[in-house]
Design a protein around this ligand. Structure first.
Ligand code: UDP
Length: 253
């Protein structure tokens, strides 16, 4: 599945593609009709992957099978910095925005589907995008709290409509596992797990101010905005500790 034309690096054993031009790669794939699963890797996700039980259906496997794993988080950049490698962060929300802009310029050729978020959020996000990019064509929108009985209808809709860009905002690891299970339904689509991006586009949450983003402090803003995440975010110091220890003991990892 993976078109290997640039090297795959590893963060604590989890693959990440340090390529020059992610948007160009996805643009080429859209033009060729070649689908992709895009994972936006941060330190929290890396720790979840390391903790996930091995085997079929694990987060580690979903990441390993993805076509493009981008360095989304400051922790990933920090990891490579420790190894003396300069890596530029590619926030998943910004990549998704650029892909939506591409779709906007292609109109009905590359229809878009938004799936995830609380009821009404993806719909509000789609309205914002429709204003930003009038050429964007939405194949459909669905919230992320469907019952098990409702989900087959969504899958049937995707199969019939064949959107070319499918953004899935169910949170990690649910969205990665869901994409891995269902991407065969739309083999020509670019599937991206976008976490809480619909909340941001819909104006329900905000991104950290630019100065915090520049200082790689977006995680601190998230903690301030969503203090209930503190337990999940304990993964960050754990990641930093493991990065230092692993690099000291096994510099190749
Ligand atoms: N969500 C959802 N269905 C669920 C659980 C979560 O649609 O069953 C949505 C939730 O409303 C939010 C997003 O998933 O919009 C998770 O956002 P978060 O920023 O927590 O993502 P993560 O940090 O896990 O990438």
């Amino acid at each position: 599945m993976l078109t290997v034309h640039q090297p795959v690096e590893r963060v604590l054993g989890v693959p990440v593609h340090l390529w020059d031009d992610y948007v160009g790669e996805l643009h080429d794939r859209l033009r060729r009709g070649e689908g992709a699963h895009v994972v936006t890797l941060n330190s929290e996700m890396t720790m979840q992957a390391l903790d996930s039980p091995p085997g079929n259906g694990s987060l580690a496997e979903a990441i390993a099978e993805a076509d493009l794993v981008i360095p989304d988080g400051a922790g990933v950049v920090f990891y490579f910095w420790l190894r003396g490698k300069r890596v530029f962060r590619c926030p998943g929300i910004e990549l998704a925005e650029k892909v939506l802009q591409l779709a906007g310029s292609a109109g009905a050729k590359w229809p878009v589907f938004f799936y995830g978020g609380a009821p009404g959020v993806a719909a509000a996000a789609s309205e914002v995008w429709q204003q930003r990019c009038p050429g964007l064509v939405f194949a459909g929108i669905e919230h992320g709290y469907l019952s098990p009985e409702e989900e087959p209808k969504l899958l049937e809709t995707l199969k019939q409509l064949q959107p070319r860009i499918i953004l899935v905002g169910l949170g990690v690891p649910r969205q990665e596992l869901w994409i891995r299970r269902h991407r065969h339904l739309c083999p020509q689509a670019i599937w991206i797990g976008v976490g809480g991006s619909f909340d941001i586009w819909a104006g329900r949450k905000t991104r950290a101010p630019q100065w915090m983003q520049r200082l790689h402090m977006e995680w601190a803003y998230r903690l301030y905005q969503e203090p209930h995440r503190w337990r999940r975010m304990l993964a960050l110091p754990h990641f930093a500790y493991l990065s230092v220890v692993t690099l000291r003991n096994k510099p190749g990892l």
